[in-house]
Design a protein around this ligand. Sequence first.
Ligand code: PLP
Length: 394
Amino acid sequence: MKINKNYQNIEETYLFSEIAERVRKYMAENHGASLIKMGIGDVTRPLSKSAVDALIKAAEEMGTAEGFHGYGPEQGYEFLRDEIADYYQRTSGVKIFSDEIFVSDGAKSDLGNILDIFDVDNVVAVTDPVYPVYVDTNVMAGRKIVKLSATAENGFLPMPDPDLQADIIYLCSPNNPTGAAYDKDRLQQWVDFANAHGSVILYDAAYESFISDPDIPRTIFAIEGARSCAIEFCSLSKTAGFTGTRCGYTIVPGGLVRDGIQLRKMWLRRQTTKFNGVSYPVQRAAAAVLKDQGLAEIMENVAYYKENARIMAETFSELKWPFTGGKNSPYLWVKCPNEMRSWAFFDDLLVRANVICTPGSGFGDCGEGYVRFTSFNTRDNTIEAMKRIREIYG
Ligand code: PLP
């Protein structure tokens, strides 16, 4: 028996355990300090009424002979896929066919699982800093990874270099952790590059609902040519507060063909073999939040986080701390003052302001010297944290 030795090549990420350890140590020495956590990427507002009503109704249905649902379709119930197709039409004017939509238990699983349909010899391009899932899933499989630097110089939006050799390209827009988002022109350049080189773009749109700028596409399929080179991953985690409810979807367009084979068909084969679908009540709740009333409710939550982000952006602007994000994203990527390194500023902020952020160096080498703040918090906490920061660093 041989184990998958690639697992030994996965870099241990001490980021969140190290944050927890430093906070624990600080609290042990400073009982009663009132900490404000602005580091976590989890939502803080409860599920919407439409979601809860749909969950209850579906659970009750499941307790009746007529309403019981056993195994569902692996691709997701038609009622939800229709709702997702309608959502793309309404929000972006983009036509997605029902058989191109695959409902899942969230974007993270699909982002990893999709690799089943690609050869291990493909070269993978990721941005640096990066959402670590893209890197670790490929290291597990033994793929070669190239990193594209996201820096202040390129607005944290790396573009394709003509010499770039990459078969699989991960793009996350709006980005975690930087909050930067690709506009139409820049995304068009990526799509043209992928079509010219036969690459496949794995497009992570988990934060699309935070986009308010009309020049920033909410889906890569709003870009001409994307149907022949891109797969899109989306999630209700941040849009509808489903981080604990679990539902997402992946779009594999019919026009995406490599080696003469439709990738949609391969993904369908993969899913019907290894996945048995998302629970009926969760899919009912997902469909409910995408209908008019449900959508209005969840967008109120998104607007709440966006207002937090605006307050934070205002403070960082006042302090003249360079930052990106916060406008079309719940994340603000902030340059540490006085050339401090990420962990040094993390400690400074913890000790002097009792505010917790996430050190940017934990997301890649290019993250050194930056920290990530999230707007997933209460309004009161956000205001209080910014007040402390202004008083200390102003
Ligand atoms: N993609 C990005 C960029 C994320 O930041 C996250 C979660 O933080 C995910 C995907 C995972 O989403 P899900 O909860 O749907 O698995």
